[in-house]
Design a protein around this ligand. Structure first.
Ligand code: PMP
Length: 378
């Protein structure tokens, strides 16, 4: 941590944790806001006024319902969710949504369009194919998923059940910056790795889903935002737990939810509100990403793997001149308290995940480290 020096010390919130907390660039589960962890720590044994831990109370209790409904209300406010959308807190991760989306929204005889922009999109496609008819309407696989396809490259199926995109491709470091125009066909997005990282017009979507473990809280909760009219597509013979309609009718309390996860997600939403909401976090995220990409582009020693126009503000992927140097870089970075920079094995190189809760100081520390590494090894 020595490279960070005084930058951190004028921030009391980090000062008290300097000895033990490092900069965590993990792609997920990922860094959480420190104030959230601290509040959870204070309240772990006894929720104020309740006399029990949040993990010890019934999910049917008023206390828990208030926590759940409070989190939902905060999300509505933060993301300006229109009233004809329902919010669900489910389990099974984003991966279960790969199945639930087609099971609920894709009736036999119709087709779902999928845009193949990365490893997770491909997994979503594979699961949907088990359920119904899928048309892959565009793919950037041929170029190692290093970009988002242009609108003219997409051939959408008229009257499709929905169009599925992966708004941020966690592994490849690309992100949709302009949504495809799907007309009346509902747009469905896997937003696991960029949800609430910037203002989003929820009204453009039929359904958005996200595993919590990057921008929302701990793993084990999956947020689904679904337009009310789409609930009528959930067939009555679906397995009960896999029906959006059942989950919605029961306010996500058909069975026991991840109560602790919902509580932490709620705290994280309050933290986001306290920062000034999605416009404020978007400014911070843009600043962090542009600082880091500027360093990646500075001399040619580092090389971004994604096309510039498709670059992700959440996962910054880059390579070094050789795999040997990449190994060395990762080892040395870890030693200085910059953890989790190894890229996904499918892409190689480095990946710095800088989600909402990742501090600006950590980006400064990485840039400083990158310069020093280049100076001595370049
Ligand atoms: N989609 C995306 C974009 C992801 O990044 C991930 C996880 N990294 C998943 C889906 C799978 O999420 P889960 O592990 O919650 O099933």
């Amino acid at each position: 941590m020595t490279i960070v020096g005084p930058v951190l010390w004028d921030r009391p919130v980090y000062a008290s944790h300097m000895s033990s907390r490092i900069f965590n660039f993990s792609a997920g589960p990922a860094v959480m806001p420190l104030p959230v962890l601290e509040q959870a720590q204070r309240e772990l044994v006894t929720l104020p006024g309740v006399g029990m831990s949040v993990m010890e109370i019934s999910h049917r209790s008023k206390t828990f319902e208030d926590l759940l409904n409070g989190a939902i209300a905060d999300i509505r406010e933060l993301a300006n969710v229109p009233s004809h959308y329902r919010l669900l807190m489910l389990q099974g991760g984003a991966s279960l949504q790969f199945s639930m989306v087609p099971m609920n929204l894709l009736s036999s005889g119709s087709t779902a369009d999928y845009i193949d922009t990365g490893t997770w999109a491909d997994k979503a496609i594979k699961e949907a194919t088990r359920v119904g008819r899928v048309n892959v309407t565009g793919s950037t696989k041929a170029s190692n998923y290093n970009r988002i396809p242009a609108a003219r490259e997409l051939t959408l199926t008229p009257g499709a059940a929905y169009v599925h995109i992966t708004s941020n491709n966690t592994i490849e470091g690309t992100q949709w910056h302009t949504l495809p125009d799907t007309g009346d066909v509902p747009l469905v997005a896997d937003a696991s790795s960029d949800i609430f990282s910037r203002p989003t017009d929820i009204g453009r979507f039929g359904l958005i889903y996200a595993g919590a473990q990057k921008n929302l809280g701990p793993s084990g909760v999956t947020l689904v935002i679904v337009r009310e009219d789409l609930l009528s597509r959930s067939r009555a013979d679906l397995p009960t737990m896999l029906s959006y309609k059942v989950q919605s009718d029961n306010n996500s309390l058909y069975n026991t939810p991840n109560t602790f996860g919902v509580y932490i997600l709620g705290l994280t939403m309050k933290w986001l509100k306290s920062l000034g909401g999605l416009a404020a976090i978007a400014r911070l995220n843009e600043r962090k990403a542009s600082t880091l990409y500027a360093e990646v582009d500075r001399t040619g020693f580092y090389r971004g793997t994604a096309e510039k126009a498709s670059r992700s503000l959440m996962n910054v992927t880059f390579r070094l001149p050789s795999e040997a140097l990449e190994k060395e870089f990762e080892k040395a970075a870890t030693k200085t308290g910059l953890d989790g920079l190894k890229g996904h094995r499918l892409v190689g190189g480095m990946r710095a995940s800088i989600y909402n809760a990742f501090p600006e100081e950590g980006v400064a520390a990485l840039v400083q480290f990158m310069r020093e590494f280049e100076r001595t090894k370049g």
